[in-house]
Design a binder for this molecule. Structure first.
Ligand code: ZN
Ligand code: ZN
Length: 332
């Protein structure tokens, strides 16, 4: 396979990928469908920002945010049904069963933790721990600026964490399972990621209800952008959006079977961070996964990081075995 040169890297030499926005298919269908799938993403983003900007204090709470997040995911599930990006990514019973296992796991762990630590005790402890007056220079800034700063700092950290996972073997072991998914759909963000489920659970318990409105706004921006990382819907995403924000296209390349392509698009929300550090590749991929798209069983997903770590430790400390060294060809 030839691959395409992006900067000084060769993308798509091991597996087929599409590079460049001009090569990405557009939404098929009549004017109404075109309109909906062109404006859906910006409309939801601006509607959510407006909601959190104007909502009265009585409803501007983390529990409302969780409700919105769940509703948003159900809406996206319907869109996946109407306008899938790839038929090959359609949800099957087997995939659904695996996904539900993770949802169940998350809630079980959550209920255990909830039983040990009461939410109200923790809320009081956190509120007492911070001296909120020290942040008055920050809370005096316009609300939208605060929200952007919070979400940017969070995503900047996530960028380097994620890049670290792809470059340092012990961290890679924890992240590798997520890269064995062979299709993207709305449930896949949770696969291999019980932490996210855990946080959602804490939110339902009212754990985060002390959060200031700027943080809720930041969360809404993150939700209405980064959710598209794992989703099977074809959009005509506006040019400015895909320049600034991460998209399904970017993240599908990150999950592709092509090794070089996976080493790109690390940000969760702001793809311009990848542009700044030279790791952004604009394009998409249909064939996803590791080892040519080998599907992992749930049991293997649970044990893989540990068995792999054990294998490499054994390899490193194994007694050297005498291996015949092939003789180098004499210089011509
Ligand atoms: Zn990754
Ligand atoms: Zn992913």
């Amino acid at each position: 396979m030839d691959g395409v040169r992006v900067g000084n890297r060769l993308i798509g030499a091991d597996a087929p990928v599409t590079v460049g926005w001009e090569n990405i298919p557009r939404v098929q269908g009549g004017p109404v469908k075109q309109f909906v799938f062109t404006w859906f993403q910006p409309t939801v983003l601006f509607a959510l920002i407006a909601f959190w900007y104007y909502a009265p204090n009585s409803i501007a709470k983390a529990s409302t945010a969780i409700g919105i997040a769940v509703g948003f995911k159900v809406l996206l599930l319907a869109l996946e049904w109407v306008n899938p990006r790839y038929e090959s990514w359609r949800l099957t019973w087997k995939e659904l069963a695996t996904d539900l296992f993770y949802v169940g796991l998350g809630f079980t762990v959550l209920r255990l933790v909830d039983g040990f630590i009461g939410d109200d005790v923790m809320i009081k402890a956190i509120q007492g721990y911070f001296d909120w007056d020290k942040f008055s220079w920050f809370t005096g800034l316009p609300l939208l600026v605060q929200a952007f700063v919070i979400s940017f700092i969070f995503d900047f950290g996530q960028y380097w964490m994620h890049r670290g996972m792809h470059n340092w073997y012990p961290l890679w072991l924890t992240h590798s399972v997520h890269h064995y998914i062979t299709q993207l759909n709305i449930n896949k963000g949770a696969v291999g990621n019980p932490v996210e489920l855990f946080l959602i659970g804490l939110g339902i318990g009212g754990f985060f209800d002390f959060l200031p409105r700027a943080a809720l706004l930041a969360g809404a921006i993150g939700l209405s952008v980064s959710t598209y990382q794992h989703i099977n819907v074809r959009f005509n995403t506006p040019r400015w959006w895909r320049f600034v924000f991460n998209t399904t296209e970017h993240h599908s390349l990150h999950h592709s079977q092509d090794y070089e392509a996976t080493r790109s698009n690390y940000a969760g929300t702001y793809i311009f961070i990848d542009r700044i550090f030279g790791t952004c590749v604009d394009g998409e991929a249909e064939l996803l996964g590791m080892e040519g798209g080998r599907r992992m069983s749930i049991r293997e997903q649970m044990t893989y990081p540990f068995t792999e770590a054990w294998k490499s430790i054994r390899k490193r400390f194994a007694r050297p075995v005498a291996v015949p060294v092939p003789r180098a060809a004499p210089p011509a």
